[in-house]
Design a protein around this ligand. Structure first.
Ligand code: ADP
Ligand code: MG
Length: 280
């Protein structure tokens, strides 16, 4: 679905007069592949290049070096711009900036309308997209009346209405309360499980990474770790060297291990920890 090959990206820095003043490397030779139907999580501290990487996936940025291929299309191929944007939908951190309509339905209909989808089909797409994120009952509501978690789910529905094969979410839960975070993560998991949509979730909440098929860790523009959540989270020290903490249950299990309690590596949540402790 996505093939990133030796991607390097440099922002052009300009002085006050707009003259080029230098280059700042945000991504440094990153290669990774994502298969159709995968649930991928990208972790990394602030400034590690996650958003810059995400923006390459639907042609908001283009490689300085290397290539990005989406669904068989090279992002440098300008003729494919709209096909790529149809195939990969993006959801950003702040749901407020993604709301356009005065009622939820209009908001979700906006993108397919722009794509020239026939009216009858738009209605169907809006309905099915709102069902997928459990927001159908709010279809006539004003977006301003919704909670953060609900707004973000409407934003996701807006992307779904374009029938993407892949959806990239850049810290979609960062501005939400714990309840909103749970709702949004549940909706994202359902898209992947039920609809088989490829999901690339960028987050700094370690707990959200335990559902992934594969986790990638970035630091300083480089890809520094990758593996299943269990593989990645069993490397507690390496994660901490990359300025990341591990999920609370994983951390506690690790400290118990250090203190001599016999426990398996890479415990991911409280349930697993309790079970392992009862067994040991
Ligand atoms: N528009 C920009 N111009 C110049 N540098 C930028 C710009 N956006 C991001 N950067 C720099 O690129 C690096 C990676 O940023 P970013 O991709 O936003 O990281 P993350 O999403 O992991 O926090 C950082 O050093 C950041 O300061
Ligand atoms: Mg970012």
């Amino acid at each position: 679905m996505i093939d990133i090959d030796k991607l390097t990206f440099e922002y052009v820095m300009r002085d006050r007069d707009g003259e080029v003043d230098g280059f700042s490397r945000a991504i440094d030779e990153v290669s990774l592949k994502v298969e159709q139907g995968d649930f991928i999580v990208i972790l990394g501290p602030n400034g590690s290049g996650k958003s810059t990487l995400a923006k390459h996936l639907n042609c908001l940025l283009y490689p300085t070096e290397g290539t990005v291929t989406v669904d068989g299309m090279n992002t440098h191929d300008h003729d494919k711009l709209w096909d790529i944007r149809k195939s990969v939908g993006m959801v950003f951190q702040n749901p407020e900036n993604q709301m356009i309509g005065t009622i939820v339905e209009e908001d979700v209909a906006f993108a397919p309308e722009n794509l020239g989808v026939p009216t009858k089909e738009i209605e169907e797409r809006v309905k099915e997209s709102l069902v997928m994120v459990e927001m159908k009952d709010h279809r006539k509501s004003s977006p301003s009346k919704l909670s953060g978690g609900q707004k973000q789910r409407v934003a996701i529905a807006g992307v779904l209405a374009m029938h993407p094969k892949c959806i990239v979410l850049d810290e979609p839960t960062a501005m939400l309360d714990p309840e909103g975070r749970v709702e949004v993560i549940r909706a994202i998991r359902a898209l992947n499980d039920v609809e088989n949509i490829t999901v690339i979730l960028i987050t700094h909440y370690m707990e959200e990474a335990i559902y992934a098929d594969k986790v990638f860790v970035m630091n300083g523009g480089k890809l520094v770790m990758c593996g299943t959540p269990r593989e990645v989270f069993s490397k507690v020290e390496e994660l901490e060297e990359n300025r990341l903490t591990v999920p609370v249950a994983t951390r506690l299990a690790y400290e118990l291990q250090q203190a001599g309690v016999s426990l398996p590596d890479g415990i991911l949540d409280r349930k697993e920890l309790v079970r392992a402790l009862c067994r040991s």
